[in-house]
Design a binder for this molecule. Structure first.
Ligand SMILES: [Fe+2]
Ligand SMILES: [Fe+2]
Length: 238
């Protein structure tokens, strides 16, 4: 059983890790510039990738867990508004960094981002400590919910190698399967059949996956158009 203090410490540790890793990537930008060896663009890409893959998923997860809980507790609304603004500012900084081409400008924006993130994290640690004092017993559940959202929001594959259609289609098929398992089989089957219809011309590979899923959702006995047209009978039984 995780105590409030343990959950709080886990969050402090995670914040420290995020700060350290972001600062390391800033260091790489500065090292490349100082050495005059070029390649600040490569280091910039690594910095941006860390923001996208770790810090932004962390931010969205805390907005829908910790921030909501803090807003519901009295006295923290102004702090939550300030923290939300700082999340938006970090996103703006990432856009500016993406557009920056000159080495000094890249270093300057990345440096400001690291400093802003550190001061943001210090405010969050303080807010968490106040929440711990007020409702220590509720903190483990809150942070466990945040962890779940954080993991779900993490980018499954690096930008550039991503197949967005496939990622979204699989997300939808997983959701439909969970919906069917929860007892809403007909609704799930209709959603998957519609997905199959959208995919069949442009992405026959994903349409076949949707048809397999439809067959399973329908209990293996469906003779729908989707399953008859797209499926190998052997595959349908898997
Ligand atoms: Fe945050
Ligand atoms: Fe945070």
């Amino acid at each position: 059983m995780v105590t409030g203090s343990q959950a709080y410490q886990t969050m402090l540790d995670h914040h420290e890790l995020l700060e350290r890793e972001l600062a390391l990537r800033l260091g790489e930008i500065e090292r490349r510039i100082a050495g005059g060896q070029g390649g600040s663009e490569i280091a910039k890409t690594a910095f941006l990738a860390y923001l996208e893959s770790e810090i932004f998923p962390h931010a969205i997860a805390e907005e829908y867990t910790i921030y909501e809980a803090a807003r519901a507790a009295s006295g923290f609304s102004a702090t939550v508004d300030e923290l939300l603004q700082e999340h938006r500012a970090l996103e703006e900084a990432a856009i500016q960094l993406l557009q920056a081409e000159e080495a000094r400008e890249i270093a300057e924006i990345a440096g400001e981002t690291v400093a802003d993130f550190s001061s943001h994290v210090a405010k969050e640690n303080n807010l968490l400590h106040l929440l711990l004092e007020r409702d220590g017993a509720g903190l483990p559940r809150l942070l466990a919910a945040m962890e779940q959202l954080y993991v779900a929001a993490k980018v499954p594959s690096p930008p550039g190698k991503r197949d967005l259609e496939a990622d979204l289609a699989r997300l939808l098929l997983d959701y439909a399967t969970a919906t069917a398992n929860a007892g809403l089989r007909e609704e799930a089957a209709k959603t998957v059949a519609s997905a199959w219809a959208l995919l069949q011309h442009d992405r026959p590979d994903l349409a076949a996956e949707a048809a397999r899923r439809l067959h399973r959702i329908a209990g293996g006995g469906s003779q729908s158009v989707a399953s008859r047209r797209s499926l190998d009978p052997e595959e349908a039984l898997t």
